[in-house]
Design a protein around this ligand. Structure first.
Ligand code: SF4
Length: 329
């Protein structure tokens, strides 16, 4: 893809998964902060709900606006990437943010809507200028007459081109939760996680999965849910007072997560295609030299050089957002 995008004419090609690692840094910090407050008897908002799926966010904003304190304020990978490109990268390149056109390639039609949200830009310049789907990218590659199969592999550009196994699994239901746990565990205990796979949060059936993960005596009650009918069922449970004491909930609008996104190549109802995509992500994760977001050297450098630490004031300004009640569907 990097090679094809350069043939199409893009000056630089970066990796969205880099921004997925960044999302984990901020979201796991927020999860730990809220859980710690809860354990200390302080007021906080639990369960923390993931926020990287814009269709789910639009759903809660219109259907359950009284619960907008629950989703993490961390922006999605697309939104974080745009923000960092238009600040850190633009400064490094010595150009004005308005002279940089950020185009993202996403599995998702809803990301087009997200890129236009007024919170995600500055002075009328959106952080992500154009968002296209993977299906549209395929069409573009064909239209440009690029022989994709014969292209030699090329690397992403630096400094936003390095990613870990944790970020790769974002694309499947349960992946965001597992990636967050890899970082939250080590931050919470100060110990190295020897086995990075959290099999319990791996969702195979595209429904609602409840998991209980023990982190050194603290049990986290977690839910993995995909599909908006299931999101509604979860929200009704929250409305009933969260009787199962959930601490964190991952919600993806597409059944199975982004592997089944509305912008992906059609699978015509053949679920074996989804299974193959899921397995491909797990294999890619297994093959990565670094599998925890906080160990990504490019992420470490970004915090050292620019953001300070996760949850810092600057990180909040650039990497977090807020939600507002919306009317209609
Ligand atoms: Fe987009 Fe679907 Fe992924 Fe949500 S789950 S971010 S709607 S592709």
């Amino acid at each position: 893809m990097a090679a094809a995008l350069r043939r199409i004419g893009f000056d630089r090609v970066f990796d969205t998964d880099f921004a997925a690692d960044l999302t984990i840094m901020e979201e796991s910090t927020e999860l730990l902060d809220r859980v710690t407050k809860f354990l200390n008897g302080e007021k906080t908002s639990l369960p923390l709900m993931t926020s990287c799926c814009p269709a789910w966010i639009r759903f809660i904003e219109s259907q359950y606006p009284e619960y907008l304190d629950l989703p993490s304020s961390a922006r999605s990978p697309q939104a974080m990437f745009g923000s960092i490109a238009k600040s850190y990268l633009a400064e490094k390149m010595g150009i004005d943010r308005k002279d940089l056109v950020v185009v993202s390639v996403m599995p998702c039609t809803s990301k087009k809507y997200e890129s236009s949200r007024s919170e995600l830009g500055e002075d009328g310049d959106q952080d992500t200028n154009i968002s296209i789907t993977t299906r549209e990218l395929g069409a573009l590659i064909r239209r440009m007459n690029i022989n994709f199969d014969n292209l030699e592999d090329e690397d992403f550009d630096e400094p936003l081109g390095e990613s870990t196994g944790a970020s790769v699994i974002f694309g499947k239901a349960g992946g965001v939760m597992e990636a967050a746990l890899r970082t939250a565990y080590e931050t919470m205990t100060g110990e190295t996680l020897e086995k990075v796979e959290f099999e319990d949060v791996r969702e195979a059936s595209y429904g609602i999965k409840v998991a209980h993960v023990d982190i050194k005596g603290t049990t986290l009650n977690l839910v993995i849910s995909s599909g908006l009918a299931n999101a509604r069922a979860i929200m009704e449970e929250i409305k009933a007072g969260n009787p199962n004491n959930y601490h964190a909930i991952e919600i993806m609008a597409c059944p199975g997560g982004c592997i089944n996104g509305g912008g992906q190549p059609y699978h015509h109802g053949d679920e074996s295609v989804l299974f193959a995509r899921q397995q491909a992500l797990l294999k890619e994760d297994e093959g990565k030299a670094i599998r925890k977001s906080h160990e990504n050297p490019a992420i470490k450098k970004l915090y050292e050089e620019y953001l300070g630490k996760p949850g810092s004031e600057k990180a909040h300004h650039l990497l977090h957002t807020h939600y507002t009640e919306k009317t209609g569907y």
